[in-house]
Design a binder for this molecule. Structure first.
Ligand SMILES: *Cc1c(COP(=O)(O)O)cnc(C)c1O
Length: 404
């Protein structure tokens, strides 16, 4: 008989850098998942803002099967039709003139940071090397991106960190003014901090960053790895603000579950990425590009984007109703279908205690730091699944309250 994998196998065979929940989902359809025992769950986690169309959406399955029978991979010695179609679709729909394809968010940000440094050297000289980013920000796990990220616990303990990186306070323009100068190469910012606690950027803060970049000939990089591809109710969150970056990074929802990332840039900036300056074996992989193209074309329609805004209101109403009864949240916030509920003082630091209770009630959710319950469901989650998921969340919260 063949071996049935168990949660113990994780501890035996996998590197110990994660602590997954005890259940092992084996099948998904839309916003529902089933585990090895056939127990069913509603998915408000969405693979951490990745499964933009839920699980096994027919449009993505078809794109995958269709491309899977034609051509998977060529390397960048050749180009391929799906990659060209994806790049054109992104250029047609955004501020960008050029696209660099890769396989993850961290890789897209690594490309953005290297491009910014190279652009500065090309146009202004070696001295213009300072990158400003924000405390609590998250930009990936490569050594450069983790150092630009604003959570020292992720970058410390690995020896000397890359230099020229400065951190300011999010939504505090004054703190940026103290650091910015003619040696500033780029400001990298999430229009809404995701891992840092679902904190939307304020309009005048993001506009202020744009102005400071213009004043000091620096590049504005929007990390839209978590907020991008419909998550915010627009294709990209920058469209909600009407503030245009010079470079934008995308991943997570872009592939709807297939690993893919993209860096978008204006022509003037992208020019610095000349032959040989950067690369990625899997970047522009035909299979990944075909799935991402299907996701972008399906999501960037008025029906889906309006649906995200409508579902946002539903999530908010349900969370407020739960909170009126149980008083566990201090603030409910977010954009589109990236929502956070900050725990009230009495439950400070206890967001993670909700997750195993929710799983027992048949709901998958997320946290963003110790104090924020996070939800990043499918952009097309049915209203009935929202209602049932919220009923399960309420039962989990009742148990949290009862145990307090
Ligand atoms: C998840 C995330 C990343 C990292 O993406 P990976 O695909 O894990 O490399 C970068 N930036 C933001 C804002 C993210 O949410």
């Amino acid at each position: 008989m063949s071996h049935t994998p168990s949660r113990q196998d994780f501890d035996h065979y996998m590197a110990p850098n994660y602590a997954p929940q005890q259940v092992i989902p084996v099948r998904g359809e839309g916003s529902r998942l089933w585990d090895q025992q056939g127990r069913e769950y509603i998915d408000f986690a969405g693979g951490i803002a990745v499964n933009s169309l839920g699980h096994c959406h027919p449009v993505l399955v078809e794109a995958l099967k269709d491309q899977g029978e034609k051509l998977w991979h060529l390397s960048n010695v050749f180009t391929n039709e799906p990659a060209l179609n994806l790049a054109k679709a992104l250029v047609d729909r955004t501020f960008a003139d050029k696209v660099f394809l890769c396989s993850s968010g961290g890789e897209a940000n690594e490309a953005a940071l290297k491009l910014a440094r190279r652009w500065a050297v090309d146009h202004h000289g070696e001295h213009k090397d300072k990158i400003i980013s924000f405390y609590q920000s998250f930009h990936g796990r490569t050594f450069f991106t983790v150092s630009v990220g604003g959570q020292p616990k992720y970058s410390q303990g690995f020896g000397p960190v890359p230099g020229g990186i400065l951190h300011a306070d999010y939504n505090d323009l004054e703190s940026v003014r103290k650091l910015v100068g003619d040696d500033t190469c780029a400001i990298m910012v999430e229009p809404m901090q995701g891992e840092g606690g679902i904190v939307p950027g304020k309009q005048d803060f993001l506009q202020g960053l744009r102005d400071l970049c213009d004043e000091h000939n620096a590049l504005l990089i929007f990390d839209e790895v978590q907020t991008g591809v419909g998550r915010s109710g627009e294709l990209y969150a920058y469209k909600n603000y009407g503030i245009t970056p010079d470079i934008l990074t995308s991943a997570k929802s872009l592939g709807g579950g297939f690993p893919v990332g993209a860096m978008l840039a204006t022509d003037a900036v992208a020019k610095s990425l000349v032959i040989g300056t950067h690369g990625s074996t899997y970047g522009g992989n035909a299979l990944a590009s075909a799935v991402a193209l299907a996701a972008v074309e399906f999501i960037d329609t008025p029906e889906v984007l309006e649906g995200v805004k409508k579902r946002h209101d539903l999530f908010r109403e349900h969370l407020e109703t739960i909170n009126r009864k149980h008083g566990v949240f201090k603030e409910i916030r977010g954009m589109g279908l990236l929502m956070g509920a900050q725990m009230s003082d009495a439950y400070e630091g206890r967001a993670k205690d909700i997750l195993p209770l929710a799983i027992e009630e048949g709901l998958m959710a997320l946290i963003a730091g110790p104090n924020v319950l996070r939800m990043a469901p499918s952009l097309v989650i049915p209203e009935a699944d929202i209602a049932e998921g919220m009923a399960r969340l309420e039962r989990a919260i009742e148990r949290l309250v009862a145990a307090a």
